[in-house]
Design a protein around this ligand. Sequence first.
Ligand code: SF4
Length: 163
Amino acid sequence: MVKGSHLEPLWKFLKINPNLAGLPFWEAYPTLRVGVLKLADGCPFRCTYCSVPQVDPNFVPRPLERAHAELDPLCKLGAENIAFYDDALLFRAESLLATFLRKALEKNLQIHFHTPNALNARFMTKNLVRLMVQACCKTLYLGYGAIKPSSPFYLWEHLKWTG
Ligand code: SF4
């Protein structure tokens, strides 16, 4: 039986031994226009309507070197749009997303980032939103489960400040 994201019984059944440290084999594509990235696995929150706490309850950051090692071949293959598929992208944002984006800015990449999974609006600070805009985060989806009645205006003020 497979419990949560613990796939060891499945690997045993299939008689395979996956290389968990391996990088995605993006080079199998001759060119790419889009790509995906994940900075951390799991989610520390427990929204009652969500399956993630059942499947992946532990928030485990991935090494940022790995994220950049995944980003570089995506860019080389021509991907112009990169979607984060983290479940809690803004959790511990200073050590994860902000650090990742600052390094991406140093590389002067011609790419746009997107956050199709809902962002936890209460973690959106003025500086973080400014950095996300600078780093070309083009589409930001907000999770309403985390929004207080005044939050849309709070966010709108942040976006106005960042121009
Ligand atoms: S923050 Fe998102 S991923 Fe985490 S439990 Fe809530 S809805 Fe699910």
